[in-house]
Design a protein around this ligand. Structure first.
Ligand SMILES: [Zn+2]
Ligand SMILES: [Zn+2]
Length: 153
Protein backbone atom coordinates (compact mmCIF):
# COMPACT_ATOMS: atom_id res chain seq x y z
CA UNK A 1 0.00 0.00 0.00
CA UNK A 2 1.21 3.39 -0.97
CA UNK A 3 0.13 6.72 0.52
CA UNK A 4 -1.92 8.66 -2.07
CA UNK A 5 -0.41 11.94 -0.93
CA UNK A 6 3.30 11.40 -0.16
CA UNK A 7 3.85 8.08 -1.91
CA UNK A 8 5.41 6.54 1.18
CA UNK A 9 5.10 2.76 1.22
CA UNK A 10 6.84 2.11 4.49
CA UNK A 11 4.36 3.48 6.95
CA UNK A 12 3.11 0.89 9.42
CA UNK A 13 -0.32 2.44 9.80
CA UNK A 14 -2.40 3.38 6.80
CA UNK A 15 -5.94 4.70 6.76
CA UNK A 16 -8.60 4.31 4.08
CA UNK A 17 -9.67 7.90 3.52
CA UNK A 18 -12.30 9.58 1.33
CA UNK A 19 -10.22 11.05 -1.51
CA UNK A 20 -10.72 10.61 -5.23
CA UNK A 21 -8.31 8.32 -7.07
CA UNK A 22 -7.39 8.56 -10.77
CA UNK A 23 -9.52 5.45 -11.39
CA UNK A 24 -12.57 7.30 -10.06
CA UNK A 25 -12.79 5.48 -6.73
CA UNK A 26 -13.79 7.70 -3.84
CA UNK A 27 -11.44 6.16 -1.31
CA UNK A 28 -7.67 5.91 -1.17
CA UNK A 29 -4.99 4.78 1.25
CA UNK A 30 -3.06 7.45 3.10
CA UNK A 31 -0.42 7.36 5.80
CA UNK A 32 -1.67 8.76 9.12
CA UNK A 33 0.37 12.00 9.01
CA UNK A 34 -1.01 12.83 5.54
CA UNK A 35 -4.57 11.79 6.44
CA UNK A 36 -4.45 14.14 9.44
CA UNK A 37 -2.81 16.96 7.49
CA UNK A 38 -5.51 16.73 4.77
CA UNK A 39 -8.28 16.86 7.36
CA UNK A 40 -9.50 13.36 6.51
CA UNK A 41 -8.80 11.79 9.88
CA UNK A 42 -10.42 12.56 13.24
CA UNK A 43 -7.80 12.67 15.97
CA UNK A 44 -10.41 12.85 18.70
CA UNK A 45 -12.07 9.59 17.65
CA UNK A 46 -8.98 8.06 16.07
CA UNK A 47 -10.73 7.14 12.83
CA UNK A 48 -10.78 8.27 9.19
CA UNK A 49 -13.57 10.47 7.92
CA UNK A 50 -16.43 8.94 5.93
CA UNK A 51 -16.93 10.24 2.40
CA UNK A 52 -20.25 11.12 0.77
CA UNK A 53 -21.52 11.21 -2.82
CA UNK A 54 -21.03 14.95 -3.02
CA UNK A 55 -17.33 14.48 -2.18
CA UNK A 56 -17.59 16.07 1.24
CA UNK A 57 -16.51 14.05 4.25
CA UNK A 58 -16.98 13.98 7.99
CA UNK A 59 -16.17 11.93 11.08
CA UNK A 60 -19.42 10.09 11.72
CA UNK A 61 -18.65 9.84 15.45
CA UNK A 62 -18.42 13.65 15.57
CA UNK A 63 -21.85 13.79 13.87
CA UNK A 64 -23.26 11.41 16.51
CA UNK A 65 -21.81 13.61 19.27
CA UNK A 66 -23.35 16.67 17.67
CA UNK A 67 -26.75 14.88 17.52
CA UNK A 68 -26.49 14.09 21.25
CA UNK A 69 -25.62 17.69 22.10
CA UNK A 70 -28.50 19.03 20.03
CA UNK A 71 -31.01 16.31 20.78
CA UNK A 72 -33.51 18.76 22.28
CA UNK A 73 -33.96 20.07 18.71
CA UNK A 74 -34.72 16.74 17.02
CA UNK A 75 -38.52 17.05 16.86
CA UNK A 76 -38.49 20.80 16.21
CA UNK A 77 -36.18 20.37 13.19
CA UNK A 78 -38.25 17.57 11.65
CA UNK A 79 -41.43 19.60 12.13
CA UNK A 80 -39.91 22.75 10.62
CA UNK A 81 -38.75 20.84 7.56
CA UNK A 82 -42.14 19.19 7.03
CA UNK A 83 -43.79 22.60 7.34
CA UNK A 84 -41.87 24.11 4.42
CA UNK A 85 -41.79 21.35 1.78
CA UNK A 86 -44.45 20.18 -0.68
CA UNK A 87 -46.17 16.80 -0.53
CA UNK A 88 -43.80 14.96 -2.94
CA UNK A 89 -40.79 16.10 -0.96
CA UNK A 90 -42.42 14.96 2.29
CA UNK A 91 -42.90 11.52 0.73
CA UNK A 92 -39.29 11.47 -0.41
CA UNK A 93 -37.95 12.51 2.98
CA UNK A 94 -40.14 9.99 4.81
CA UNK A 95 -39.00 7.21 2.50
CA UNK A 96 -35.33 8.07 3.06
CA UNK A 97 -35.79 8.50 6.82
CA UNK A 98 -37.56 5.17 7.14
CA UNK A 99 -34.73 3.33 5.39
CA UNK A 100 -32.14 5.15 7.51
CA UNK A 101 -34.09 4.55 10.72
CA UNK A 102 -34.25 0.81 9.96
CA UNK A 103 -30.47 0.73 10.07
CA UNK A 104 -30.05 2.79 13.24
CA UNK A 105 -32.30 3.78 16.11
CA UNK A 106 -35.67 3.15 14.42
CA UNK A 107 -36.67 6.72 15.06
CA UNK A 108 -37.79 8.71 12.02
CA UNK A 109 -37.16 12.18 13.47
CA UNK A 110 -33.67 11.20 14.63
CA UNK A 111 -32.93 9.91 11.10
CA UNK A 112 -34.07 13.24 9.64
CA UNK A 113 -32.00 15.14 12.19
CA UNK A 114 -29.01 12.96 11.29
CA UNK A 115 -29.33 13.99 7.59
CA UNK A 116 -29.32 17.64 8.64
CA UNK A 117 -26.53 17.25 11.24
CA UNK A 118 -24.29 15.39 8.78
CA UNK A 119 -24.92 18.08 6.17
CA UNK A 120 -24.19 20.83 8.70
CA UNK A 121 -20.86 19.27 9.71
CA UNK A 122 -19.83 18.52 6.11
CA UNK A 123 -20.66 22.01 4.85
CA UNK A 124 -19.81 24.11 7.90
CA UNK A 125 -23.37 25.44 7.97
CA UNK A 126 -25.79 26.01 10.82
CA UNK A 127 -28.91 23.85 11.07
CA UNK A 128 -31.12 26.94 10.79
CA UNK A 129 -29.34 28.04 7.60
CA UNK A 130 -29.81 24.62 6.07
CA UNK A 131 -33.55 24.73 6.78
CA UNK A 132 -34.08 28.37 5.74
CA UNK A 133 -31.66 28.69 2.82
CA UNK A 134 -31.43 25.21 1.38
CA UNK A 135 -34.76 23.55 2.15
CA UNK A 136 -37.42 26.28 2.53
CA UNK A 137 -36.17 28.37 -0.42
CA UNK A 138 -35.78 25.45 -2.82
CA UNK A 139 -38.83 23.58 -1.47
CA UNK A 140 -36.70 20.49 -1.77
CA UNK A 141 -34.84 18.09 0.52
CA UNK A 142 -32.13 17.34 -2.06
CA UNK A 143 -29.58 19.29 -0.06
CA UNK A 144 -29.81 16.92 2.89
CA UNK A 145 -30.42 13.62 1.07
CA UNK A 146 -27.74 11.67 -0.73
CA UNK A 147 -28.09 10.70 -4.38
CA UNK A 148 -29.26 7.30 -3.23
CA UNK A 149 -32.65 8.60 -2.34
CA UNK A 150 -33.74 9.98 -5.71
CA UNK A 151 -35.69 6.93 -6.79
CA UNK A 152 -38.76 5.38 -5.32
CA UNK A 153 -38.92 1.59 -5.33
ZN1 LIG B 1 1.57 10.16 3.29
ZN1 LIG C 1 -14.59 12.59 15.37
Amino acid sequence: MKCKFCGNENMSVMALVPARSPDGALTAFACLPCAKKKGLYCEKHDRPFTGFDDETSVCIMCVEEFIKQEKYRIHEVAKRIFDVIPYEEKERLLFAAEIAAELTDRNRDVAIFRFVASRAKRSGLLIDDIIDEHIAKTKSVSFILGEHFHCFP
